[in-house]
Structure formats: C-alpha cells, structure tokens
Design a protein around this ligand. Structure first.
Ligand SMILES: Cc1cc2nc3c(=O)[nH]c(=O)nc-3n(C[C@H](O)[C@H](O)[C@H](O)COP(=O)(O)O)c2cc1C
Length: 193
C-alpha cells in the first residue's frame, strides 16, 4: 500500500477517557490494515478559550499552528468525540476553532480541513454511544470548516464495558461497524496520498 497516513485523536484528555480508548483502537486497526496511524493527545496542544481580542493582540497560539501542520501531514483524520449534552466537548470545539483560523498565503480558509478526509466516532457510557454529539460535529466539520466527512461513523455505547484488555472491542457488531469505518477512511485517504 502507498504511504497512507491517518491521524487519530480524542476530544477528551480525561485519564481513562473512553474516547481516547476508541482512538487507540482505531489507530491499532489502521496500522493492522497497512496504513500508518499517528495518535496524538490534545493535552499536548493547549490553547486558551478563543477570544477575538486575544487573536488580534497575540495571533493564533503556537499549539494551533503545530496542530495544523500535523493535520496537513496526514491524508485522513479520525476524531473520537465525547458527547456533552448532545454536543461536542468544549476542548474539541475550541481546538478546532483556533485551527480553523489559520490559512497560509494561497491556502483556502480553514486550510487544515481541506484536501484530506475525516471520519467521526464517539464512545459514551450511555445507550446511544454519543451519536447525537456526532450529528452536531458533522455539521461543524462540513458546513463550518468545509471538511469532507465520510458517512460511516464508529459509535460505542456502553463504553464502560466495551473495550477489552487486549486493545479490542467486546461487542462484535460495534467492532464490525468500526472496521467498516476504518476501511472506508483508509480507502478515501489513499486517494489523497
Ligand atoms: C457535561 C457533560 C455532559 C454530558 N452529556 C452527555 C450526553 O448528552 N450524552 C451522553 O451519552 N453522555 C453524556 N455525558 C457523559 C459522557 O459521555 C462521559 O462522561 C464520557 O465518559 C466522556 O467521554 P470520555 O470518557 O472520553 O472523557 C456527559 C458528560 C458531561 C461531563
């Protein structure tokens, strides 16, 4: 396979985060499928809450610039997004909003979101697996940032018992949906490699 690079990250930095576990499972399956996964933590990209005055005075923070560079070094990106009150986590929204402010000369607006493909997933202890938050995230990604997002999504309900100790999933159906998403993401990313 060509050098297909897939970035994965979680919208939670909580210790023991289910979404970070989901990101880890996806990274493992991406590698198993022959592509190259990079799993980063947003804890390594700290940013203040967005404020237009802050941006006017000091510009976009360095961690946002670094994250943009990392995103642009990958052909596909998987985001594991916690559901907070049917929406996305403040951490994820704030991070992506800062990154969306960046475009170099000759680049389109929200450049980090263009020319690559995205897939979304969520893990929740609840029965719906965070799907409601993903509907909001899809709107933000597609309409807000102009990103291409594949239809397949990996949702993990009952997350407290969904992950086994070997880095896999305890539920076959959940694992099957996740694998289908990974295959589609890699196939779409390969078109951009
Ligand atoms: C403010 C807040 C709101 C939440 N709202 C929802 C929700 O609407 N739906 C849901 O399934 N879980 C909800 N949860 C539970 C989260 O899914 C749960 O805390 C999950 O573990 C967070 O993701 P993480 O494990 O990756 O940190 C909420 C949690 C918090 C703190």
């Amino acid at each position: 396979m060509k050098d297909v690079r897939i970035l994965v990250f979680s919208g939670s930095t909580r210790s023991g985060s289910f979404n970070t576990k989901l990101a880890e499972v996806v990274a493992r399956r991406v590698n198993a499928a022959g592509a190259q996964a990079t799993h980063l933590s947003l804890a390594d990209y700290p940013m203040p809450i967005y404020n237009g005055d802050l941006e006017a005075e000091a510009g976009v923070p360095e961690p946002a610039k670094k994250l943009k560079d990392v995103m642009q070094d990958h052909h596909g990106i998987f985001i594991a997004s916690p559901e907070y009150n049917t929406s996305v986590s403040p951490l994820l929204k704030n991070t992506l909003d800062w990154v969306s402010r960046l475009s170099a000369d000759g680049e389109p607006p929200a450049a980090a979101f263009k020319n690559r493909v995205f897939a979304l997933g969520a893990a929740s202890p609840g029965a719906l697996g965070g799907i409601r938050g993903l509907m909001g995230l899809r709107t933000i990604m597609e309409i807000g940032y102009g990103a291409l997002v594949i239809p397949d999504m990996a949702t993990v309900p009952g997350a407290a018992s969904a992950f086994d100790d070997q880095g896999g999933m305890t539920n076959e159906r959940t694992a099957g949906l996740l694998d289908a998403m990974v295959q589609r993401l890699i196939a779409e990313a390969a078109l951009r490699a």
